[in-house]
Design a protein around this ligand. Structure first.
Ligand code: XMP
Length: 319
C-alpha cells in the first residue's frame, strides 16, 4: 500500500541497511528534492548526516537564512553554511554568455562543496536528491541546459572525484510523491510546494554579466512579486514566477525629476511539465500593484514589464 508513512518506514530501513554507521554528506540547496532527502536521512540516521549549504550569492531574498532556520534551528539537522558569494561573483566577472555562466556556477559549486567535504574526512556516502524524472533524463542523450545542470547538481561528476558512494533515496519517486513525503516528514508547506528554482539561480535571471548590485536589486524585486502572489492567493495557481533583471536603462520621471534606471521583467507561467508553458494571465490590478511597489520601493528600477511569451517559442527562463 502506497502511503507516505509506509514509504518513509521502508526508506528508513533501506537507508540504515545501506549506510550502517557511516557518515553521509548532502548538498542542501533549499529546493524540494534535497530538502526532502535531508529530512528523510535525518530521520533515518540522525547525526550521521552532515549537510553543506553553499550560498553562492545568487539565491533569493533571505533564502539562506530560511534554509538554516528550517533545518538547523527547527529540525536539528547539522548544516554547514558556506558563504561563497565573493568567489562566485569573482568567477563570473566579465562573463555574459548564459551557458558559460552555467558552467562556471556549476564548477564553482563542485569546487566549494569538495573543499567542505574534504574537511569531513569520515563521510564515505554522498546523498543526492535525484528523483525518477532525473534518472530518465540523464539516461537519454539529451543536450542543453537542463542536462548540463543535472550533470553537476544531481547525477555524476562529484562522486567519482570524491570516491563517495551514492545514496539516492528518492530515485524511484515522482515529484508529487516527493512532496507528499516531505509533508509527512514535517517540512513546511511553503518549502514543499515552492516553485522550481534553477541551480544557477539569479545567475541566469540577470541578463549578461552578473554583478552584486544587480543581484541585490533583483532579489528585492523578485521578493515583492512573490510576496504579493502569496498575499493574493495566486502563488499556488501559477507553476513558476520570478523577476528578471535587464541591464538596460530607461527614462522615468518621479516627483523631483528624471530617472535613468534599470528595467525588471516579471515572468509567471502555467505548465504541467515545464516543456511547454503558457504565460499566466494574472489580473491587471494585481500587476499594477506589483509594478507600483517595485518602482516605488526599489531605488534603481524605473520600469517594469510583464512577459507575455509562451513556451515555445520562448523558454521559461530568459537565459
Ligand atoms: P526553460 O527556461 O528551459 O526552463 O524553459 C524549464 C525549467 O527548467 C528550469 N531551468 C533550469 N533548472 N538549471 C536548473 O536546475 C538550469 O540551468 C535551468 N535552466 C532552466 C527552469 O527554471 C524551468 O523550471
Amino acid at each position: 500500500l502506497w502511503t507516505p508513512g509506509n514509504i518513509i518506514e521502508d526508506h528508513i530501513e533501506t537507508i540504515r541497511a545501506q549506510v550502517g554507521d557511516d557518515e553521509v554528506l548532502l548538498g542542501l540547496s533549499g529546493g524540494v528534492d534535497s530538502s526532502v532527502v535531508a529530512a528523510l536521512l535525518h530521520r533515518a540516521i540522525g547525526d550521521q548526516l552532515t549537510c553543506v549549504f553553499v550560498d553562492n550569492g545568487l539565491l533569493r531574498h533571505h533564502e539562506g537564512d530560511q534554509v538554516m532556520a528550517t533545518f538547523g534551528e527547527h529540525m536539528g539537522v547539522r548544516v554547514i553554511r558556506v558563504d561563497a558569494e565573493d568567489r562566485f561573483l569573482k568567477a563570473l566577472k566579465g562573463v555574459d554568455d548564459p551557458e558559460k555562466k552555467r558552467k562556471i556556477i556549476g564548477n564553482m559549486f563542485i569546487e566549494v562543496f569538495d573543499e567542505e567535504a574534504g574537511r569531513l574526512t569520515n563521510a564515505n556516502w554522498l546523498a543526492q536528491g535525484t528523483i525518477y524524472p532525473d534518472v530518465i533524463e540523464s539516461a537519454g542523450s539529451k543536450t542543453g541546459k537542463a542536462h548540463l545542470i543535472k550533470s553537476h547538481h544531481n547525477v555524476g561528476g562529484l562522486p567519482d572525484k570524491m570516491k563517495l558512494k551514492l545514496v539516492e533515496p528518492l530515485r524511484d519517486l515522482f515529484k508529487d510523491e516527493v512532496r507528499k513525503l516531505g509533508t509527512e516528514l514535517g517540512l513546511p508547506f511553503d518549502m514543499v510546494y515552492r516553485h522550481p528554482f534553477p541551480g544557477p539561480g539569479l545567475g541566469v535571471r540577470i541578463l549578461g554579466e552578473v554583478k552584486k548590485e544587480y543581484a541585490d536589486t533583483l532579489r528585492l524585486a523578485d521578493h515583492i512579486f512573490i510576496d504579493e502572489l502569496r498575499k493574493h492567493d495566486l502563488y499556488d495557481k501559477v507553476s513558476q514566477a520570478f523577476a528578471v533583471f535587464l541591464p538596460v536603462r530607461s527614462v522615468g520621471v518621479t516627483g523631483d525629476g528624471r530617472r535613468y534606471d534599470y528595467v525588471v521583467a516579471l515572468r509567471a507561467v502555467e505548465t504541467i511539465d515545464f516543456m511547454t508553458a503558457r504565460w499566466a494571465h494574472l489580473p491587471y490590478e494585481f500587476l499594477d500593484h506589483v509594478s507600483r511597489r517595485i518602482i516605488n520601493e526599489i531605488p534603481r528600477i524605473s520600469r517594469v514589464t510583464y512577459d507575455i511569451s509562451g513556451k515555445p517559442p520562448a523558454t521559461i527562463e530568459w537565459e
